[in-house]
Design a protein around this ligand. Structure first.
Ligand SMILES: [Zn+2]
Length: 222
């Protein structure tokens, strides 16, 4: 009996898995997006919003930072991923639990696809700058930040430039506004070309990153 029974169990599992996964392939304006969803309980409107956001922001990020960025991007809505989202090798993984909890936080896509545009490879620069630039890009190019209640936090004395993400992003906004317009594009380019060093800040602005941060803390308005 067992020999007859087990194949049936495997078959049922296979059907269940196949039903939970849907893949949709989009081709538009020279960019291909393969969107795979493993969460059958997620509103399909949310999936459409992910794809729509991709097609708004990715070409803009490519144009601004890296026209040679990948033309073929994969996005997966994952039921097992424990963080919010991650990107590697042209594939964005977004936790479905996060989309249930924060459906307006659609610019998770903007932050993550900026990592594809960055394409720093084995980066010669610090991780805090990579994440700061990605949130700088989300702040500048995001389509739903206000509704998501996502914004750059005001300066606090407990912060430092290497806190990454939104704290670094706000510092970059300040440098762009008060010291050196274009600094983000330049640093991003140097990171991609692997020419970035600790001295890049001084080359670009005449001040070290520590000196810039000190000036920021003294007058952090943006
Ligand atoms: Zn990131």
């Amino acid at each position: 009996m067992k020999n007859i029974f087990f194949p049936g169990v495997f078959l049922l599992c296979f059907i269940a898995a196949a039903n939970a996964q849907t893949t949709k392939v989009y081709n538009k304006n020279g960019y291909k997006l393969t969107l795979t969803n493993y969460d059958a309980t997620l509103d399909t409107t949310e999936l459409t919003r992910l794809a729509k956001t991709f097609y708004i922001v990715y070409p803009e990020l490519a144009k601004e930072y890296n026209p040679n960025t990948l033309k073929d991007v994969k996005m997966v809505v994952d039921t097992n991923y424990k963080g919010v989202a991650a990107t590697a090798d042209g594939k964005v993984t977004i936790a479905s639990s996060w989309l249930h909890k924060r459906p307006e936080d659609i610019d998770v896509v903007t932050h993550e696809v900026m990592h594809i545009v960055q394409d720093y490879g084995e980066s010669v620069g610090p991780g805090w700058l990579t994440e700061g630039i990605a949130d700088y890009a989300r702040n500048k190019f995001g389509v739903n930040n206000v509704a998501a209640k996502w914004s750059l936090p005001d300066y606090k004395s407990t912060q430092n430039y290497d806190n990454a993400y939104r704290i670094t992003a706000r510092f970059l906004v300040w440098i762009e506004a008060k010291v050196k317009p274009g600094i983000v594009k330049e640093l991003d380019s140097q990171m991609r070309k692997h020419t970035y060093t600790d001295n890049s800040w001084k080359q670009q602005t005449g001040k070290t990153v520590d000196e810039l941060w000190k000036a920021y803390t003294e007058d952090p308005a943006v």
